[in-house]
Design a protein around this ligand. Structure first.
Ligand code: HEM
Length: 160
């Protein structure tokens, strides 16, 4: 069930608002879509961009403002993407950090950046497990033996 922002949520404390999340999400995915490394992955997987952006606004609202608006399964969505490896995550995080610093006041940017880094790390470990690999301390996700380098990513169903 959706709630108003929790006044004790980490985002409330540093001034995150739904408007800020909207601007961050839309600016970030605008940059990602025109990025040579990540753009083709998203264009191959996302059919409904309005739905995707709405889902990501709900996601960040839940993570930072504890509104409970997001009800998706990020691990499943990413585990189904073939060929994703550590350098994709590094580049995603580079763009996300730069965008957060452009859009948000410093304390809010630091919160988004911290949470994105932690979630990226857990997604990387989850994808590795899904591929039958166990990442040890300091190990990073590789593209995996079964990933077709030129095949388009799997199309995923939007759940929102
Ligand atoms: C290598 C980096 C990443 C790539 C290439 C990537 C790509 C994608 C793609 C293609 C989708 C599916 C969209 C759709 O089917 O509609 C997706 C969904 C999503 N991504 Fe990522 N992503 C990356 C990293 C991240 C990170 C670090 C986060 C969180 C901090 C994140 C959060 C999400 C969420 C919440 C969804 C929606 C899942 C759902 O409920 O269906 N992604 N991503």
């Amino acid at each position: 069930m959706s709630r108003d922002p929790n006044p004790l949520a980490p985002g409330s404390v540093v001034g995150v608002t739904e408007d800020m999340i909207h601007t961050l999400v839309h600016t970030f995915y605008g940059r990602v879509r025109s990025d040579p490394l990540l753009g083709p992955i998203f264009e191959g997987a996302v059919e409904d961009w309005d739905g995707h952006l709405g889902k990501l606004c709900s996601f960040w609202s839940s993570v930072t403002l504890m509104t409970g608006r997001y009800h998706g399964t990020p691990m499943r969505a990413h585990a189904l993407l073939p060929g994703i490896a550590a350098h994709h995550f590094e580049h995603w995080l580079d763009i996300f950090r730069a965008t957060a610093r452009d859009i948000c006041p410093p304390e809010a940017a630091a919160l988004f950046i911290d949470r994105a880094g932690r979630i990226a790390q857990s997604l990387e470990m989850g994808i590795a497990l899904h591929r039958g690999q166990m990442l040890g301390l300091g190990d990073r996700l590789t593209a995996g033996p079964t990933s077709p380098p030129t095949a388009p990513p799997t199309r995923l169903q939007s759940r929102e």
